[in-house]
Design a protein around this ligand. Sequence first.
Ligand SMILES: [Zn+2]
Length: 314
Amino acid sequence: MTLNSFLKLEPAYRDYVWGGDRLRPGHNPTAEAWVVWENDIIESGPLAGKTLGEVAAQNGAALLGTKSIERTGNRFPLLIKLLDCAQWLSLQVHPNDELAVQMEGPGQFGKTEAWHILESQTGAKLIAGLKPNISADVLADSIRNSSIIDHVQYASVSQGDTIFMPAGTLHALGPGLLVYEVQQTSDWTYRVYDWGRPQTETRKLHIEKSIQSTRTDFTAPIIPPPAYGDGTTHKLVECEYFTLELLSAASHTINLDTKGESFHAITVIEGNAILKNEGEQVQLEKFQTAVVPANMGAYQLIPAGNCKALKSSA
Ligand SMILES: [Zn+2]
């Protein structure tokens, strides 16, 4: 079967305590918009009403691409969220694939992720990794006695910065940030420290699993914005799980091609744009997302004035 339609998705929202009002005005707090998720519903076109996961299960490589199928089968391999942070998120860590299987069972995946800063209030900070030279013993003790926060690496970030975080990197987003996050589809997040907020059934700390998962040998670098132009494409992050690119255009069309290898997930982050192939076109406003099936081949992004979009592929 071939898939020739752009799949525009309805985001699912999460209203966690640390959220703000930028993603869904009138619904405060809204913490997260899950703009690409296996349970998101397709908004229009011949597959309207189905979930992305159902289309993946039924169409395999036509949607996901040959590269993705090889690694994770018919499961949609990426989760993409927009996060509106009005308070500090919990300090957390994710296992790698190997530890996910060891600690959570067969068929489980770890989580490597990347952030792209969409908006940043002056002085906004995040935590990415540990300070240099923290030993395994100090790490374990300080996680157990809640003094880990003395050993983490804070970073000031601005709009357009990107941070790559392999599984095992301690991380937390701070107040005043609006962030695009791309990650492996995985359920495993271990909460290391929660700023003294009460531990409830749904907000527990995971002390021993955090100690096992955290790596002490890596501090995530801040990748500054590339020198973009009109009609340019820049690779921000490339790893074994995903590639994240910045598309920037004002009047020039950008030609793109899935080549059958992977789907593309296109999220407009500034202005708006039209995605177009021979048969159809779809309009994307700011923060809207469409998944382009891997078997579509060549298509175009046509900007309507100044436009930026992020493209993730597997
Ligand atoms: Zn995370």
